[in-house]
Write a protein that binds this ligand. Structure first.
Ligand code: PMP
Length: 303
């Protein structure tokens, strides 16, 4: 991979290769980091970062849950993010802010210094070339999501992604594009790194946050865009077999964007083609960046 030239680390922009940490940093051993995934898109009016403040607010929320003190304010992190894109001449990118317990103690409750960094790089379609048009084949994972009051699913924390890695790696090993995890209740939760939407008779259904899922910003954006377009949406508990019975199914997330699912566990979803509601939401979502969907909520943050 070709890395970009500059990265923001602990308050300054520096060459990518200089943003290092010690191998004995707390986060490497215990997963004590919080992070975000944000995308910037090329738009007719120049580059725009999608919901930058909302992502950084979720970063602080994740940090609050895990008592990780981020010593930079929202305006500072927002400005640093814009700076990273500008310095690297990136007008479309995936952006990764991360805050983690660094070197300075080995006890689980050690108060180490907290490192903060923001990197950005060009990143195409997360789940493979062309999948936004064709869809992927998914499977239900043999790994469940963590139960409530064990590891908080509402935090986007490094350690949570051991679960995501088990789900994603198992799916790839079995030849699937992505894995879907069930909550400890046995009900639908989410993909390894994406939220889920099912469509029945033109109505969107999505599992509620009580199903051990990350409260996705793409999920929220799609709920908002769909309601504005007059579509009906219900957040509800959904059993596994509804994956096989729905007319349309897709995953969404900053990295995965809106990825249709054409089969689950070898059963085709609908007729196996991308359905009209999925297409409509793709058009509304990407329309924000193409200029065909009005930015009614100030989601586009200009550089
Ligand atoms: N669930 C998980 C576990 C994720 O990692 C992500 C990606 N951040 C999502 C859902 C989707 O969240 P968002 O739309 O905010 O990227």
């Amino acid at each position: 991979m070709q890395y970009p030239e500059w990265i923001w680390h602990n308050g300054t922009i520096k060459p990518w290769a200089e943003a290092t940490t010690h191998v004995m940093a707390h986060a490497l051993h215990y997963g004590s980091s919080v992070f975000e995934g944000i995308r910037a898109y090329r738009t007719p009016d120049g580059p725009a970062i999608f919901r930058l403040s909302d992502h950084n607010r979720r970063l602080y929320a994740s940090a609050k849950i895990h008592e990780i003190e981020i010593r930079y304010g929202l305006d500072e992190l927002n400005a640093a993010t814009r700076d990273v894109l500008q310095r690297n001449n990136l007008d479309s990118a995936y952006i990764r802010p991360v805050a983690f317990r660094g070197l300075g103690g080995f006890g689980l409750s050690a108060e180490t210094p907290v490192d903060v960094a923001i990197g950005a790089w060009p990143w195409g379609t997360y789940l493979g070339e062309g999948v936004l048009e064709t869809g992927i084949d998914a499977c239900v994972s043999s790994w469940q999501r963590f139960a409530p009051n064990t590891i908080p699913a509402g935090a986007k924390a490094g350690g949570n992604y051991l679960s995501g890695q088990l789900v994603a790696r198992e799916a790839r090993r079995l030849g699937f594009g992505e894995g879907i995890a069930l909550a400890s209740t046995g009900l639908l939760s989410e993909g390894a790194g994406e939220n889920l939407f099912l469509v029945f008779d033109g109505v969107l259904h999505t599992p509620p946050v009580s199903a051990a899922l990350l409260n996705g910003i793409t999920r929220h954006s799609l709920i908002t865009l769909a309601r504005d377009a007059g579509l009906e949406i219900v957040e509800r508990d959904l059993p596994r077999e509804y994956l096989y019975l729905c007319d349309e199914l897709f995953m969404c997330g900053t990295a995965a964007e809106i990825t249709p699912i054409r089969s689950v566990d070898g059963r085709s979803v609908g007729d196996g083609k991308v359905g009209p509601v999925t297409r409509q939401l793709q058009q509304l979502y990407f329309g924000l960046f193409e200029g065909t969907t009005p930015d009614r909520y100030g989601w586009l943050d200009r550089l």
